[in-house]
Design a binder for this molecule. Structure first.
Ligand code: ATP
Length: 297
């Protein structure tokens, strides 16, 4: 659906994209992750033809990005692109006309977009009267109004509360289930883990790790991660190191990677002599993998 090949972009003497190459398959949600300033928005702007790359190719289907293929792409940027005093319908009409839609077809597609984001009954309401979550959904409606094949969502839930975030996640799932191909950027690793079939981690202008969550799990030689709360951290680390368990700190948490899942009583036997206040276990999450990859481990 989308092929990015050897994309380079320099601002002044700062190279932001360095032979960036990745592909998005039809119907998948692809998560593009990376630190602040890694070049995610730059990549998106180049895909949407808003910015010129120094070199490289972008293919939509089998065709290079051009005015014609641009209509296959819809973007919901980080900042909502909405006119606050205009109604939902008026906003959509404005954007639909940019894509040359008029008359009955324009009215139909406005209705389809509003239905897709579950805001049809708010069609006549000015944007400024909608909640933050509804405005975010309208921002996605704008991206859908010309019926693109690829939808780009740049940090779609940043700044939203958890309930509203679930609403947007549901909407993204609905769009995927209707066959939409989606490129999503986010700093929320649980969001990427929930939504994306494949994930690419961008660093130094390149994708340094890519795949499904299961494929990315190969970056950590652990089947399970346990987090231990103890007053005897140094002793616990020394013991675990002797046993060949890697340890990591995630914020304040002291964690150990288990090379295979173990029974709780086995784990406690390993840490005999250490006074443990609490212990919790979890499978390897995207967050753990991301931190390792970003640290270059
Ligand atoms: P964030 O996660 O913070 O949104 P990002 O991954 O989207 O970051 P970009 O916005 O693409 O990163 O920026 C990549 C780098 O390019 C940053 O160092 C940024 O300061 C720089 N940059 C972006 N736009 C310009 C510009 N127009 N002129 C000069 N430098 C720029």
């Amino acid at each position: 659906m989308l092929k990015i090949q050897n994309l380079n972009k320099t601002y002044g003497n700062r190279q932001v994209l360095n032979n960036l190459t990745f592909q998005i398959q039809p119907g998948e949600i692809y998560g593009l992750l990376g630190a602040n300033g890694a070049g995610k928005t730059t990549t998106i702007n180049i895909i949407c033809n808003l910015l010129k790359a120094d070199s490289g190719d972008i293919l939509v289907g089998d065709r290079p990005v051009s005015e014609a293929t641009k209509s296959s792409i819809g973007i919901a940027p980080q900042e909502n692109l909405l006119y606050k005093t205009l109604t939902c319908e008026e906003n959509l009409k404005f954007y639909a006309q940019i894509y040359g839609l008029t008359g009955q077809k324009c009215r139909q597609q406005i209705e389809t977009s509003l239905t897709a984001v579950n805001l049809l009954e708010r069609a006549k309401n000015p944007i400024e009267t909608l909640s933050g979550g509804m405005q975010r959904r309208m921002n996605i409606a704008v991206a859908l109004v010309h019926q693109p094949k690829l939808l780009i969502l740049d940090e779609p839930t940043t700044g939203l509360d958890i309930e509203t975030r679930y609403e947007i996640w549901d909407l993204i799932w609905q769009l995927k289930s209707q066959g939409m191909t989606i490129l999503l950027t986010t700093h929320l690793l649980d969001e990427a883990q929930r939504l994306c079939q494949r994930i690419g981690i961008l660093k130094g202008g390149q994708i340094i790790a890519q795949g499904s969550l299961d494929e990315l799990r190969k970056y950590i030689p652990a089947q399970e991660i346990i987090t231990i709360e103890t007053e005897q951290e140094d002793a616990a680390i020394a013991l675990a190191t002797q046993l060949g368990f890697t340890h990591r700190r995630y914020g304040n948490d002291l964690a150990f990677w288990l090379p295979k899942p173990l029974e709780l009583k086995e784990i406690l036997t390993y840490f005999e002599g250490i006074s443990i206040n609490s212990i919790s276990r979890q499978s390897v999450q995207l967050e753990h993998i991301y931190l390792e990859v970003m640290r270059g481990n």
